[in-house]
Design a protein around this ligand. Structure first.
Ligand SMILES: Cc1cc2nc3c(=O)[nH]c(=O)nc-3n(C[C@H](O)[C@H](O)[C@H](O)COP(=O)(O)OP(=O)(O)OC[C@H]3O[C@@H](n4cnc5c(N)ncnc54)[C@H](O)[C@@H]3O)c2cc1C
Length: 295
């Protein structure tokens, strides 16, 4: 199928984008990498009258550090995130997750901001942002808001973005050298969307795990955390019995929805395997060896 006809603009100033959004309302759509939007247009799932192409906006590009935050411009592509030395130094979870996103051709065009705005529960970046306590910086002609990832994803493909707002960047606290992160995913074939995935983070401190965050991909309508399972681990020394306790808790807490290829029970089993992989990796890792010895 071909998309319906639409008007197209390619502004060079952010202020221009904001006034276009304000004036055209729901009739306008932002075009980033186009890897999702163009398909929805071709399938006629969406019929906007105006596409606002963000490619010429320098303010939305680049990856930098600002104070104690890693700032990823909305138009940074998945490939740029994957190759960024700043990302691998300050948010290595993203470097680990990047190869799981689609294929190289899509990673070359698709953008970080586009993925966050789309809010697909099977996508990698939203769960990573949640695990890393990230913030989404959004702007309209009237204001700039900073929305915690925990409040940004509100449901299936829905977010806290208002109609006249766009994502400018995402910010992630720079990881301390002690922060442990781990990314695991299961999909039918390499490059497919995740059936189930886990973005995990914790701060091992004085033989104990602190600030445990387990963010799940493919488990619900939006990326979500399992707070009860995190609490099982919080403040504890990691050990095989503790991992078994955490997995048992996860099985009562997580309630994944069946999809076209996997039952809810199969997805729950996958999640428990992913949690074990992550925690056993942590237990075996050099940075945590003192915890293992003392547990
Ligand atoms: C075959 C295939 C496989 C894929 N596999 C995966 C995968 O495994 N994992 C994964 O995460 N993704 C996957 N994707 C999706 C891909 O990552 C997209 O790049 C991403 O979802 C959207 O980014 P985009 O830049 O292409 O956005 P677009 O397609 O241009 O836009 C997507 C939506 O976000 C809005 N938007 C874009 N930028 C902004 C902004 N700055 N502010 C506000 N709204 C904005 C648009 O208006 C649109 O509604 C796949 C895509 C394809 C085609």
């Amino acid at each position: 199928m071909k998309s319906p006809s639409f008007s197209y603009v390619r502004p060079t100033q952010l202020s221009e984008v904001m006034s276009l959004l304000q004036n055209h309302g729901d009739n306008a759509r932002l075009l980033a990498g186009g890897q999702t939007l163009l398909t929805t247009l071709n399938m006629r799932l969406s019929e906007p009258g105006l596409l606002i192409d963000l490619q010429s906006l320098q303010e939305l590009k680049g990856i930098t550090t600002v104070h104690n935050m890693l700032r990823i411009g909305a138009m940074a592509t998945h490939a740029e995130v994957a190759q960024s030395a700043l990302v691998s130094q300050h948010a290595p979870l993203l470097s680990d997750a990047a190869p799981y996103i689609a294929h190289q051709a899509i990673r070359n065009l698709g953008t970080f901001g586009g993925s966050i705005a789309y809010g697909d529960p099977a996508a990698e970046w939203p769960a990573c942002l949640l695990a890393l306590d990230g913030v989404v910086v959004v702007a309209s002609s009237n204001s700039t808001r900073r929305i915690a990832a925990a409040d940004f994803f509100t449901g299936l493909y829905s977010t806290a973005l208002e109609q006249d707002e766009l994502i400018v960047a995402c910010e992630i606290p720079i990881a301390s050298a002690q922060l442990w992160t781990s990314f695991h995913e299961l999909s039918r074939r390499h490059g497919d969307y995740a059936v189930m995935g886990l973005a995990a983070a914790a701060l091992p401190q004085q033989h104990e795990l602190q600030q445990v965050r387990l963010a799940w991909i493919g488990a619900g309508d939006n990326p979500l955390r399992t707070f009860a399972t995190e609490q099982v681990l919080e403040g504890q020394s990691l050990s095989e019995p503790l991992i078994a306790q955490a997995v048992a808790c996860l099985k009562t807490e997580l309630n994944p929805r069946a999809d076209m290829t996997h039952s809810a029970a199969a997805k729950l089993h996958m999640a428990s395997v992913l949690l074990q992989r992550a925690l056993k990796g942590l237990l075996a890792g050099a940075s945590i060896s003192h915890i293992a010895r003392n547990s």
